[in-house]
Write a protein that binds this ligand. Structure first.
Ligand SMILES: O=C(O)CCC(=O)C(=O)O
Ligand SMILES: [Fe+2]
Length: 318
C-alpha cells in the first residue's frame, strides 16, 4: 500500500500560507461565524500556494488507502493558554483558525451543528477537568474509533484537526483507520451482515433526539469492495446477535490496520469521514495552560444537500 498520508509544506509555502491567514484575520469582520468572514475565507483560500491546492484537490478526488491527508509544517501560534472550559470554540479569528478554515475550504463548505459546540465553525478539542473518562473530545482516556456524528443523516464529509499544542508527554496519538484497508480482511458473510440495516447509533444527549427514535442503518453502504462506513464503536450497536458479532469483527479489523499519529503543532489531519474512522490514545492532562489543543472543522462537499436544515447563507445545521 502506498503511504499517501503525509504532505509537508515547504518553509516558503508556510510563509505564504501565514501571509494569506494574516490578511484574512487582519480585516473586519474578525468573527469566524460571521457569514462575511466565511465568504472572505473562501475567497482567500484561492490564494494558497498552488502545490497545496493541487494536493487538496487530488485528495478530494481520491483519498487513497489512508483515507486521510496529514498536512505538516503549517503556521500556528500557541500565544495563549490552552482553554479548559467545556464546549470551547474559537470566535475571534486567529492564525490557527484561519489556517484550518483556509485549507478546509479548498475541500468544500465549512459546516457545524447548532446542538454541538454552540454551532461554531472552528471548535477546540481540549481536555476538560472532570471529563477525563468521557467518550467525547473533552476526555483524555482512550477515545473509541468513530466516524464523526455517525448518527446524523448529514454527517461531515471531512473532519479537520489542526494541532496547536501537543500534550506534555507527547503520548497522545490521533488514531486513524480507513475501511479500505480493513474490508478485504473480513469474511464475505460478515461484510454482507454489515451491509444490512441491523445497527443503531445513539445520538449524543445534546442533540435532543430520543434514543428510541434512532433508525436502523447499515454500517457498509455503496460498492461492497470499497464501501462507505457508518459506525461509532462507542455509540453503535448491533440489533441482533449476528449483527453484534459482525460489529465485533469489524472492530478487530479496523483496530488491526489503525495508524497512530502523535500530532505536532502545525500538523493538520484532514480525515475523509465517509471511509475513515478516528479516535485517540490516552494522555494525562495537567490543566496548566499547556495541555494538548487542537482546532476542529467539519466540511460538506455538497452544501446544497443540507439546505433544508439551514438558512440560505448559513453554515449551521439545525
Ligand atoms: O483528540 C483527538 O485527537 C480526536 C478527538 C475527536 O474525535 C474529535 O474531536 O472529533
Ligand atoms: Fe471525533
Amino acid at each position: 500500500m502506498t503511504d499517501d498520508l503525509e504532505f509537508r509544506v515547504t518553509d516558503a509555502e508556510r510563509s505564504r500560507i501565514e501571509a494569506v491567514a494574516r490578511a484574512l484575520i487582519g480585516s473586519p469582520p474578525r468573527l469566524i461565524d460571521d457569514v462575511d468572514w466565511v465568504d472572505d475565507c473562501r475567497a482567500c483560500s484561492a490564494e494558497l500556494p498552488v502545490r497545496v491546492r493541487r494536493r487538496l484537490r487530488e485528495f478530494a478526488h481520491d483519498p487513497g488507502d489512508s483515507g486521510a491527508l496529514l498536512v505538516r509544517n503549517l503556521p500556528v501560534a500557541a500565544d495563549r493558554p490552552t482553554p479548559t472550559e467545556f464546549g470551547s470554540v474559537e470566535r475571534v479569528a486567529t492564525v490557527g483558525a484561519a489556517v484550518i478554515g483556509l485549507l478546509s475550504m479548498q475541500l468544500g463548505e465549512l459546516i457545524a451543528y447548532r446542538n454541538e459546540k454552540s454551532g461554531a465553525l472552528v471548535q477546540n478539542v481540549v481536555p476538560v477537568p472532570g471529563k477525563e473518562e468521557q467518550q467525547s473530545n473533552a476526555g483524555s482516556a482512550r477515545l473509541a474509533m468513530h466516524i464523526e456524528n455517525a448518527f446524523h443523516p448529514r454527517r461531515p464529509d471531512y473532519v479537520g484537526l489542526l494541532c496547536v499544542r501537543a500534550d506534555h508527554e507527547r503520548i497522545a496519538g490521533l488514531l486513524l483507520s480507513c475501511v479500505r484497508k480493513a474490508v478485504g480482511t473480513l469474511p464475505e458473510d460478515v461484510r454482507a451482515v454489515l451491509a444490512e440495516p441491523r445497527f443503531v447509533t445513539q445520538p449524543p444527549p445534546s442533540f435532543g433526539m430520543g434514543a428510541d427514535q434512532a433508525p436502523l442503518h447499515a454500517v457498509f453502504t455503496g460498492e461492497p469492495s470499497d464501501p462507505d462506513v457508518q459506525v461509532d464503536f462507542h455509540a453503535t450497536h448491533g440489533d441482533d446477535d449476528e449483527a453484534k458479532n459482525a460489529l465485533e469483527a469489524l472492530h478487530d479489523a479496523i483496530t488491526a490496520v489503525a495508524q497512530t499519529l502523535p500530532l505536532e503543532p502545525g500538523d493538520l489531519a484532514l480525515v475523509d469521514n465517509r471511509m475513515t474512522l478516528h479516535g485517540r490514545t490516552f494522555f494525562t492532562p495537567r490543566y496548566d495552560g499547556e495541555d494538548r489543543w487542537l482546532h476542529r472543522t467539519f466540511v460538506h462537499l455538497d452544501h446544497r444537500r443540507s439546505r433544508a436544515s439551514r438558512t440560505r447563507t448559513g453554515h449551521v445545521l439545525a
